[in-house]
Ligand binder design. Structure first.
Ligand SMILES: Nc1ncnc2c1ncn2[C@@H]1O[C@H](COP(=O)(O)OP(=O)(O)OP(=O)(O)O)[C@@H](O)[C@H]1O
Length: 411
């Protein structure tokens, strides 16, 4: 027997609570959309505009994570295009695009199968995009997912990108009918601080996806749980199931996290060699699920946002070593300065305050103003999650900043 024979033997599931764990994979495409009737109807009404010769330039699809924005929008648009010859739909996820140029290139790749070199700039990419779209049916719907990941970069401003996409000369000259559905967590004009020129080029069609209620999560998850768990009614009692759903609805209203919570709970039951999922299996995984999801978001932040998070969580209690929360804005500024970042990595106080506002918009921190009598008004800041988790995100940033590998003594 090799070491691996032992390892695989030890980890082979025996008496697993799962029959088909894949049913809990949030990445698996569901066969049908559940509990989003209103949003499906809004989408269908907008799409049916084609029969009256009109599609809005933009449709903003927004709401918190895991509320079915992508799944619902893709499916309804695809079903519509399958039934309507004049319509083509393209989907592009911009999550991995670090620059506005790469985002434009990603769209071009989807539409034409080619990319442009950096020296051709945004103008070059858009010129080819309009060229390629002339071959498309009368109406093209471009679904741009995670568009809130776009940020100012050293070459372009999001306003340049959007203005070219919505009002570009090549587009107007060729009379291309392109409708861009912008999928994001926040309304874009707020999130990306788009200027009035771009805002006026956007239509005011908006579809909001609110967090799921407990009843909606029940409808959405039950068919999957029946497939996922062996003898579901026995393994997952109504009491435990309801407790998990109530917590999931109260904390997140997020279908993805809810599926993950119950998958983890099943794994805990297996590890503990239980033949049912207990309330405790849910409890231990509630915090873990929160932590995993939060770390995923933190590790996707730009480096400067992470430096600011470090500054917010840098004050510790001398006696207990615990991170002090909340801290004042001037404490945050102090600890940012104490990090002694090299010049090329360092930003001014004003830019730092903008990042604090960004972090608040993303729901990662909370701020409020305290009135301190003669000392005036003081802005307080604290993380919306356990501040210790910032340390766990650190290894992910080391590649981007040597400074994080060898932090200064004073930090
Ligand atoms: N209404 C629904 N019906 C069926 N499955 C759903 C529904 N909503 C969400 N899901 C499941 O949850 C997963 C996540 O949903 P989706 O990616 O559509 O959410 P989102 O709102 O676009 O999230 P994010 O903002 O994080 O991208 C889907 O892959 C699907 O498995």
């Amino acid at each position: 027997m090799t070491r691996y024979d032992d390892l695989f033997d030890e980890t082979t599931p025996t008496d697993s609570v799962f029959a088909d764990k894949g049913a809990l994979d949030p990445l698996a495409k569901p066969d049908k959309i559940i509990a989003r009737d209103e949003q499906e109807r809004q989408l269908a009404t907008i799409l049916n505009g084609v029969h009256e010769g009109y599609l809005p330039t933009t449709v903003s699809i927004y709401g918190p994570p895991g509320t079915g924005k992508t799944t619902t929008t893709r499916l309804v648009c695809r079903e519509f295009a399958d039934r309507t010859e004049q319509v083509a739909v393209e989907y592009v996820n911009l999550k991995e695009c670090r620059t506005l140029f790469s985002a434009a290139n990603e769209i071009l790749l989807e539409v034409s199968g080619e990319r442009k070199k950096a020296y051709e700039g945004l103008d070059g990419v858009f010129a080819s995009l309009w060229e390629a779209l002339t071959e498309y049916p009368e109406y093209t719907i471009l679904l741009l997912d995670e568009i809130d990941q776009l940020a100012q970069d050293s070459n372009y401003d999001p306003n340049d990108f959007f203005y070219r996409l919505l009002r570009g000369e090549g587009r107007l000259k060729r009379g291309i009918s392109l409708s861009t559905f912008l999928i994001s967590n926040e309304l874009l004009e707020v999130d990306l601080r788009l200027d009035s020129r771009v805002q006026s080029a956007m239509s005011d069609e908006q579809i909001f996806f609110p967090p799921y209620t407990e009843q909606q999560l029940a409808k959405l998850t039950m068919p999957r749980f029946r497939r996922a768990f062996r003898d579901c009614e026995k393994i997952l009692s109504v009491k435990v199931y309801s407790h998990g759903l109530r917590q999931a609805a109260m904390r997140w209203g997020d279908a993805r996290k809810t599926l993950t919570l119950f998958r983890h709970a099943g794994e805990t039951a297996n590890e503990r060699e239980l033949d049912t999922i207990t309330r405790d299996c849910i409890e231990v995984n509630l915090e873990q699920t929160d932590k995993t999801a939060t770390l995923e978001r933190i590790t996707q932040l730009p480096l400067q946002h992470f430096f600011v998070l470090i500054s917010i969580t840098a004050w510790t209690n001398r006696r207990t070593g615990e991170i002090v929360q909340p801290v004042t804005m001037s404490q945050v500024e102090d600890s940012y300065a104490k990090q002694s970042l090299p010049d090329e990595d360092s930003i001014g106080v004003r830019a730092m305050r903008d990042i604090v506002t960004d972090l608040e918009t993303m729901g990662l921190i909370e701020t409020w103003i305290d009135s301190r009598g003669s000392d005036g008004r003081v802005k307080q800041v604290e993380t919306a999650f356990d501040p210790e988790w910032v340390k766990d995100a650190r290894p992910q940033y080391i590649e981007q900043s040597e400074h994080l590998e060898h932090p200064s003594e004073s930090e």
